[in-house]
Design a protein around this ligand. Sequence first.
Ligand SMILES: NC(=O)C1=CN([C@@H]2O[C@H](COP(=O)(O)OP(=O)(O)OC[C@H]3O[C@@H](n4cnc5c(N)ncnc54)[C@H](OP(=O)(O)O)[C@@H]3O)[C@@H](O)[C@H]2O)[C@@H](O)CC1
Ligand SMILES: [K+]
Length: 532
Amino acid sequence: MKLLTVDEIRALEADANAKGMRYETMIENAGSGLAEVILSRYGEIGDTAAVGLVGSGNNGGDALVALTRLAEAGWEARAYLASPREDGDRLVKGLLEAGGEVVIGAEDPRREQLNAWLHSATVLMDGVLGTGIRLPLRKEAAELLRDVKKSGMLPHVVAVDCPSGVDCASGEAAPETLQAELTVCMEAVKTGLMTFPAFELCGEIVTVAIGVPEDANQRQMVIDADLARGWLPERRLDAHKGTFGTAVIVAGSVNYPGAALLAARAAYRIGSGLVTCGTIAALQRSLAGQLPEATWLILPEEMGVISEDAAGVVLQNLNRATALLLGSGFGQEEATGQFLKTLLHPASHSRRVAIGFVGAQGVKEKEEMGGRLPPLVVDADGLKLLAKMEDWWKKLPANSILTPHPGEMSILSGLPVAEVQKERMEIAREMAERWGQVVVLKGALTVIAEPGGRLGVIPVASPALARAGTGDVLAGMITGLRAQGVGAFEAAAAGAWIHAQAGLLAAEKVGHSASVLAGDVVEAIADVLSEL
Ligand SMILES: NC(=O)C1=CN([C@@H]2O[C@H](COP(=O)(O)OP(=O)(O)OC[C@H]3O[C@@H](n4cnc5c(N)ncnc54)[C@H](OP(=O)(O)O)[C@@H]3O)[C@@H](O)[C@H]2O)[C@@H](O)CC1
Ligand SMILES: [K+]
């Protein structure tokens, strides 16, 4: 789904209007699209009656057109005007001609008509205010929404473009805003809806086209099933395991033994041909039996963590790797920091011979090594260790994928967590640009940004994913997709979307979001893929 700021959608509409796609036509298209969604979702329920709360602007216009279409389809269609519309309003006239009913709120001071309509309605369309709002709500609108809330049992609430009372630019919401079951966005989801508290008030979000020309370079998007499906690799019948690549998962330490297993399982479940786990011997011994499908690479260690000498071992074993994950469960010991540094910049190794790589000196050697690294994903403690290196982003191959949560993003960027959280999209975009890397800013409504280009938001916030280990699962999934040849942005965005859906599905299966373990999320990956 498209994602646009309020200013962008206004500019797009103005441009379309100037080129001959008139505003009236766009409103007709918007209302007709809205009616189609309502007919397809709620048309089979039985009683077919819709009440529309209609504001004085174009948001109300969309609702009036939709009510007219519903009346034409045989529904009882009733418009409740929050404030009077212009005399002889063309859209009000159209609804009356189609057999609909219209009442002005001011003429129903005790809300008797409103309550009677709500009582028999299947759908309540919320079309009081859209992108034209300036908070706080004025008295008339606030009272109407409050009275609707008070009326008791509400029918299915469908918000027109946004729940009325939400500021589509900032994501703020008036306290009177009605909780929607479904929000039908006109042309694009507005960025404010992808922030809190607005997001929670929207329910499910869909978009309908209003007729503005398609932009082939659409750069901002809400990730959905169609996008994710389109990015997954084809699984050809004549494939062999080499077709789906080799994911190398370098992860774990004695204190975080599960990270390697979760990431490796996730890489397999998302379709990698082969997964090789690089970790310390103690972990290999305890984990190997739990994942017989993996091959193992035993790495040198120091006091239970991966040590510097492991860099040479990893580098010597990357010839078949098509993606490499670094960082999950590393811990933050100095020895592992040295490992990372040497891996990314072999010339810095304190005992060069141990690398087992005889190459030219200095810069040339670094370039050769850098060139040897397969597509990279850096996660968790790997990010914290990276942050300790000067100009760390210059040491990574371009378009590596970084998967920070807000705390890690704060360490990498030097910005306070609160600031990161306040401007998630802007900051992900800015840092992707500055670092030349794909950034996956995790948390509720995960943001994926690539340098100079696309930005995606995952429209899911679930406590099921606020769990230890789910980050390892995500890193493994993204690495697994990358290993199959999926592009960096696409692998990150599809991986994050499937991960979020797997979290939701796991909560459904287990019965409660509080009881979902990271392993349940891994097991739900296949269900998400089968539904795609
Ligand atoms: N433009 C197009 O071509 C298309 C537009 N489309 C649709 O139109 C929507 C945008 O329409 P819009 O710009 O008319 O604004 P809208 O959200 O209806 O509200 C304006 C009204 O609200 C009032 N008002 C403002 N603040 C208020 C408050 N705090 N409390 C109470 N009232 C307040 C304000 O009053 P005023 O301040 O002007 O007196 C004015 O009367 C957009 O979301 C989409 O649904 C699509 O169909 C595609 C084509
Ligand atoms: K609305």
